[in-house]
Design a protein around this ligand. Structure first.
Ligand SMILES: [Zn+2]
Length: 440
């Protein structure tokens, strides 16, 4: 592991970023396989020949991808007891190669008004990634009464979710889709029928009250794709975990229903066998699943039944994980290892090429999140200098204690994984650098 803590100079320190002088990064490889040189001037990519006296960095065959976009991040701020802040969460995002994160609404207070949206944008100003507030579907996530969807849309919100909870009332969900559909927005659903898998449910194979059956997910997916067909509004299925849910989405897409879906890094890599240890790091909603489910999710991400990787980065305070398994909070961190896990599960296995990685982790999420004017752009002159430089062969042993996120609920701790990110630029600002840029 390179020494984030040992080299905490401005340049090597993750977070916030700084504007770079004119740069020419030579000998890069694009996800398409083409070679290129990139010029950076101000916030934009420019023709390298147009730069007068740039600093030149020989990338020696490293790859450049458009900055990654995460539709599913829990930044945990505002909160009276924050397990993460917008500053640390966006710094972790930059460390993972992300230049935009969608901040889920289940903060305290909940993001359910235009004022709450503005507050998050204020907190995010000057931080290390573009933070796009997600609006709550229901007031205070109460599942009973719609939030001020129109008011939030008036300040630019297009993406709505009660994530952490499922909108159980089908009538309310339909009404939300009608409201959001009127301006072409998206409802992202946390698919978990709480009558089949209650608040404490956490394991797929148990027979007690902690049972979380696959049907608790697939029945809500099935219901919501029918509501999408009914209303014409866009439903995005969060964190798909089972083969049966994948089948429903495949069925819906074949009929042209406006549905998209996401897979998490942890459901791509980790299996329910890890739950036998009783280690609460592995408690997550939906739970880690069988090997068959994992293969189905990977296959679906490869064939675009699942459109995007969303991290569901969910840091928790240690006290909330140091509890008996049924009482521990569900969720795990993910931003810093998402790309490494996708390389391990999708690229190394031959399921996805690099252009596919750029699509599932940058271009497609930017499109679904309706930010594709600034994110997920091709890396050519005139476009924003929003990109990540990676070494696809680089690996490291994950150490939760040197991570940038404040969350120590790290399911990858101790694992040897691809650790590809060398530098991240967001609109010309260097938001993460492991030394590649500063040392050159
Ligand atoms: Zn969720």
């Amino acid at each position: 592991m390179f020494g984030i803590l040992g080299t905490r100079t401005l340049e090597a320190c993750p977070g916030k970023g700084y504007d770079v002088e004119d740069l020419l990064i030579a000998n890069l490889r694009l996800p398409s396989g083409e070679g290129t040189n990139l010029g950076i001037h101000g916030t934009r990519l420019v023709d390298p020949d147009a730069l007068e006296r740039p600093r030149v960095i020989d990338a020696d065959g490293l790859m450049a991808m458009p900055g990654l976009v995460d539709l599913h991040t829990h930044l945990r701020e505002p909160s009276p007891f924050p397990a993460e802040t917008i500053a640390t969460g966006t710094a972790a995002a930059a460390r993972g190669g992300f230049t935009a994160v969608f901040a889920m609404a289940n903060t305290d207070p909940v993001t359910d008004t235009a004022a709450a949206v503005r507050h998050i944008r204020d907190l995010a100003t000057g931080q290390s990634a573009d933070v796009i507030p997600v609006g709550a579907i229901t007031r205070g996530l109460n599942g009973a009464e719609l939030s001020d969807i129109t008011g939030m849309h008036s300040v630019g919100v297009t993406h709505f979710s009660d994530d952490g909870r499922c909108v159980m009332d089908a009538g309310l969900m339909r009404q939300a889709l009608v409201e959001v559909g009127a301006f072409g927005g998206v409802i992202a659903q946390h698919c978990q029928d709480h009558n089949l898998a209650g608040a404490q449910a956490c394991v797929p194979e148990s027979t007690d009250e902690t049972f979380w059956p696959w049907s608790a997910e697939a029945t809500i997916v099935a219901r919501d794709v029918q509501l999408a067909l009914d209303t014409g509004a866009h439903v995005h299925i969060c964190h798909i975990s089972t083969a049966e849910s994948v089948d429903v989405v495949r069925w819906a897409k074949a009929r042209g229903i406006p549905v998209t879906a996401e897979a998490t890094p942890h459901h791509l890599l980790l299996g329910s066998d890890l739950l036998r240890s009783g280690d609460t790091r592995f408690k997550v909603n939906p739970p880690l699943r069988s090997d068959d489910d994992r293969q189905a999710v990977r296959q679906a991400l490869a064939d675009r039944t699942i459109d995007v990787v969303g991290t569901d980065h969910a840091p928790h305070l240690p006290a909330d994980k140091q509890k008996p398994f049924p009482d521990a909070k569900p969720g795990m961190v993910g931003l810093e290892w998402a790309l490494g896990v996708v390389i391990e599960t999708m690229v190394t296995t031959g399921l996805l090429d690099w252009a596919g990685v750029a699509d599932r982790m940058s271009e497609a999420p930017a499109r679904i999140g309706q930010i594709s004017e600034s994110q997920g752009r091709p890396l050519v002159p005139g476009q924003p200098a929003t990109l990540v430089l990676i070494d696809p062969t680089r690996r490291a042993v994950v150490d939760k204690d040197t991570a940038v996120t404040l969350g120590r609920n790290n399911p990858y701790d101790g694992m040897n994984l691809p650790d590809p990110v060398l530098a991240t630029f967001w609109a010309g600002r260097l938001t993460y650098d492991n030394g590649l840029i500063s040392a050159s």
